[in-house]
Design a protein around this ligand. Structure first.
Ligand code: NDP
Length: 263
């Protein structure tokens, strides 16, 4: 039997075990998926080995360490600068990042996106900005503080709340955790209103609730989406990596969608 886990801090809220165990069950695989609460990022590889895992999903705040401490990393993970999936094969730990492609799949029904504003400059922003740019979409970044913009400045136009001048974007994405456990917008309303009122699509990586950001976008008649599809698609891709990409993505997706309907 193969063992898998999601490793994070916190991790109790994660629905990854439900998605992955349903896929294991529906596809008749000999495996089990659990969650592991790890506090120290530097212990990520030790935990992975000592738990005897064949693969893991990595969540906040360990994604950068997962990339730094693995034996081999995919070019996508290296380019993004973090890893959300670890796989044990040939006695080595391989790191991947499926967040970017998961996001891209989740906006496949958004048409003619040429420009996007990414709000936030954390790990999720890195993955989303990277995949959008790879797909020839003009990306700008808006973040509350200056510090985290350092890593973006070479590749993107970057702004803080202090120097941002409103423009038109096709898509506005909230990648911050504002609205997750509070009722905050990811930027002051005076900044957000002109942006949102001139955009066509809004996306929030937070799932399971209408955040204040999505609420504002709905009020302005934008086509809106929360982070549930992104969660699903990054999980489908990660699950297939656990099994050497030998499985049928559609079958994994069907199983995971069944799990989501039971929540
Ligand atoms: P990070 O800690 O790496 O980054 C957090 C970002 O949010 C920073 O840019 C920070 O700004 C900003 N921020 C936090 N609080 C506020 C606030 N009150 N107002 C404005 N900005 C704020 O987090 P991650 O990128 O790893 O995760 C971000 C979110 O994405 C989480 O909610 C996570 O659950 C979600 N997520 C969803 C996924 C999905 O599949 N749907 C996948 C991965 C993550 P500053 O630099 O100023 O501190």
């Amino acid at each position: 039997m193969k063992y898998f886990a999601v490793i994070g801090d916190p991790v109790s809220h994660s629905i990854s075990p439900i998605l992955h165990n349903m896929a294991i069950f529906e596809l008749g695989l000999d495996a089990v998926y659990t969650r592991y609460h790890l506090k120290k990022s530097s212990e990520i590889v030790n935990a992975f080995i000592s738990l005897g895992l064949s693969g893991a999903n990595v969540t906040i705040p360990h994604k950068e360490f997962a990339l730094a401490l693995c034996d081999e990393a995919s070019s996508m993970a290296k380019n993004i600068g973090s890893a959300n999936t670890l796989v044990f094969k040939n006695n080595k730990i391989y790191a991947y990042n499926t967040d970017g492609l998961g996001f891209l799949k989740s906006i496949s029904d958004f048409s003619e996106i040429k420009s996007a504003l990414v709000i936030g400059a954390g790990g999720t922003a890195k993955a989303i900005a990277y995949i959008l740019k790879q797909n020839f979409i003009d990306v700008e970044i808006l973040n509350r503080s200056l510090d985290r913009l350092e890593g973006f400045k070479q590749a993107y136009e970057c702004y803080t709340w202090n120097d941002f001048l409103p423009k038109n974007y096709d898509l506005v994405i909230n990648t911050t955790s504002a609205g997750l456990r509070d009722d905050l917008l990811p930027a002051p309303i005076e900044i957000l209103t002109p942006i949102i009122s001139s955009s066509r699509y809004a996306f929030d990586v937070i799932y399971g609730k209408t955040t204040p950001f999505l609420h504002l976008a709905i009020q302005n008649n934008l086509v809106c989406k929360d982070g549930l599809d992104m969660l699903l698609h990054q999980a489908v891709l990660a699950f297939n990596l656990f099994f050497d990409n030998d499985l049928d993505e559609y079958e994994i997706q069907k199983a995971m969608q069944k799990a989501l309907r039971l929540l």
